[in-house]
Design a binder for this molecule. Structure first.
Ligand code: PLP
Length: 387
């Protein structure tokens, strides 16, 4: 029997990596030595003390029950302290912080709290796909803000037409950025907050990479801007920072009305994070400094190897990112990003992500994730030199 699927599913963009996935599987089956710089998923394990904290907490029957939707008070308190220490911002743990099951679900649930049919969300292109796809699923329309190299991959807010702004509800920002690895200054954030207040926009700011910074750079929170709490909800995640992508823990914070609207949607769909994971999350947040410095030194070394190697190979306009574990680079020959990704896979056994997968303005670029050891990146460069 064939059931008619909801029409909205047809509005989602097609999955572009069918061929690459097929080629990847085939190469693996043939026993080819693949260097996977495709997915943004750390290959380094979660720190031991976080695993121990989970193990202990999992033994406690109190954690076997439904967790509170609002998250444990101790976790919210720990997040508030982390925020104060790191950004020097005070957040009220009772109504300005909401622990979430990773940040993706929170990002994807937000539009359901605010969109009516035909409403618009302002979505960067290229972008992390949930901003665009959740807008569509919630019955809204994405208006794409191109992120161009000549603007350092920041959207040009002045270019958004007035009739679009009138119908717009949420504007998304993500700095440090996936996939472009760009960063935003406080001056840019100041203008963005002013713009959002003027046009009555909710600002959804995704800080999944706030802790992954190099060369002494420190990524700001938009909540540092005076007046930001009137319009901003920010999304944070333990996934990349503590090598915890599989654990599913993050949080939303900022404007309390927006937080409570998101909490209302979530309370109708899911039920709190597993208590033992919340306790492990507290243990993670307590250890920020030493562990993140160690990870960042490791990624920075890999970044430098890849950047220097690509430059030596004569790739055009190669830029060393100040943050994230991605290198976003113009493709060196006149082909589409999917074709280039296929060539790298077939001829060199290197997996990269084609830029088009993040939106049409991602065409002309590919993304390397610095998730493999330095030696493997060196090997990848060797293979590229024979291409
Ligand atoms: C990885 C990533 C996230 C984090 O997702 P989780 O659901 O917290 O694992 C959020 N935003 C961006 C841009 C990402 O790349």
């Amino acid at each position: 029997m064939e059931f008619q699927r909801a029409k909205v599913l047809n509005k989602l963009p097609p999955y572009l990596f069918v061929e690459i996935d097929k080629a990847k599987r085939k190469a693996r089956q043939e026993g080819k030595d693949l260097i996977d710089l495709g997915i943004g998923d750390p290959q380094t394990p979660t720190p031991q003390h976080i695993i121990e904290a989970l193990y202990e907490a999992a033994k406690d029957p109190a954690n076997h029950k439904y967790a509170l939707d609002a998250g444990m008070p101790q976790l919210r308190q720990e997040i508030a302290e982390w925020f104060k220490k790191w950004f020097n911002i005070r957040l009220d743990p009772d109504n300005e912080i909401l622990p979430t099951i990773g940040s993706k679900e929170a990002i994807a649930h937000l539009p359901f709290a605010y969109l009516n049919k035909g409403d618009i969300n302002l979505v960067p292109d290229p972008c992390y796909p949930p901003y665009r796809n959740a807008t569509i699923l919630a019955g809204g329309r994405p208006y794409l803000m191109p992120l161009l190299a000549e603007n350092n991959f920041l959207p040009d807010l002045k270019k958004i037409p007035a009739p679009v702004l009138k119908k717009s509800k949420i504007i998304y920002f993500n700095y440090p950025n996936n996939p472009t690895a760009a960063v935003a200054s406080k001056a840019f954030y100041k203008d963005a907050v002013k713009f959002a207040r003027k046009h009555k926009l909710i600002v959804a700011s995704d800080l999944a990479y706030s802790q992954m910074c190099y060369d002494g750079y420190k990524a700001p929170s938009m909540l540092e801007i005076p007046g930001a709490k009137e319009v901003v909800i920010e999304f944070h995640s333990l996934s990349k920072t503590y090598n915890m992508t599989g654990w599913r823990i993050g949080w939303a914070c900022g404007n309390k009305d927006i937080i409570s609207a998101l909490a209302k949607i979530k309370s109708n769909i899911d039920s709190g994070i597993f208590g033992a994971i919340q306790i492990a999350g507290i243990s993670a947040l307590k250890t920020r400094n030493s562990f993140n410095d160690e990870m960042n030194n490791m990624y920075q070394e890999r970044r430098d190897v890849l950047i220097q190697g690509l430059k030596k190979l004569g790739w055009p306009d190669v830029r060393a990112p100040k943050a994230t574990f991605y290198v976003w680079t113009k493709i060196p020959f006149g082909k589409s990003s999917v074709e280039v990704a296929n060539i790298l896979l077939q001829k060199a056994g290197i997996v990269v992500t084609p830029g088009i997968g993040f939106g049409c303005y991602g065409e002309g670029f590919i993304r390397f994730a610095l998730t493999q050891k330095k030696e493997r990146i060196e090997e990848a460069l060797k293979r590229l030199s024979f291409l």
